[in-house]
Design a protein around this ligand. Structure first.
Ligand code: PRP
Length: 181
């Protein structure tokens, strides 16, 4: 285990089971659709989750990417979401978008993106997150597919970073407080 990790919260095996469960739900919900399912990875944190999920989803799908950054503080719900890389498809009205996120914190990013994509013409928008921190919510938002709810812990690995580090860990761990204190 990496020396900066206090404890492993989800092992590779835990994550494999979690993602298999989500993929089975996605298969069930989207089977038989004559529209295009698009798994939309929100960079960068979702990249590992997305890679595993897309391998396990059996219904035909396409993939796409967006990169956003959220600005806001703890006391206001009016945080802005800045689009750094947009989805650019001409066929959005034929697309059932499933946004793939690594974690929901304030809820600003997914709340904003869901509305943004519907306004842009997507046929439908659902959301999927590997981890959810409901205690941190600033805007009212619930994802359609949730891997696991967690306490307000500083988690890294499996795509999740601290100052751009630890994304490559094959598990999700709690970062030692002395690393960020
Ligand atoms: C994280 C995460 C979500 C967002 C969730 O991204 O990947 O996109 O924050 O927070 P919210 O619910 O408060 O909006 P981050 O900005 O850390 O970028 P990264 O994915 O590139 O690490």
């Amino acid at each position: 285990m990496n020396n900066d990790i206090e404890k492993v919260l989800f092992s590779e095996e835990d994550l494999d089971r979690m993602i298999s469960r989500i993929a089975a739900q996605v298969d069930k919900d989207y089977s038989g659709s004559d529209k295009k399912l698009v798994l939309l990875c929100i960079l960068k944190g979702s990249v590992v989750f997305m890679g595993e999920l897309m391998k396990k989803v059996n219904v035909p799908c396409e993939i796409d990417f967006m990169k956003v950054s959220s600005y806001g503080n703890e006391t206001t719900s009016s945080g802005n979401v800045n689009i750094i890389l947009d989805i650019s498809r001409k066929d959005l009205d034929a697309c059932d978008i499933l946004i793939v996120e690594d974690i929901i914190d304030s809820g600003r990013t997914l709340s904003y993106l869901s509305k943004y994509l519907l306004n842009k013409g997507a046929r439908s928008v659902r959301t999927c997150t590997m981890l959810d921190k409901p205690s941190r919510r600033v805007v009212d938002f619930s994802a359609d597919y949730v891997g696991a709810e967690i306490e307000d812990l500083f988690v890294v690995g499996y795509g999740l970073d601290y100052a751009e580090r630890y994304r490559d860990l094959p598990y999700i761990g709690v970062l030692k407080s002395e690393v960020y204190a």
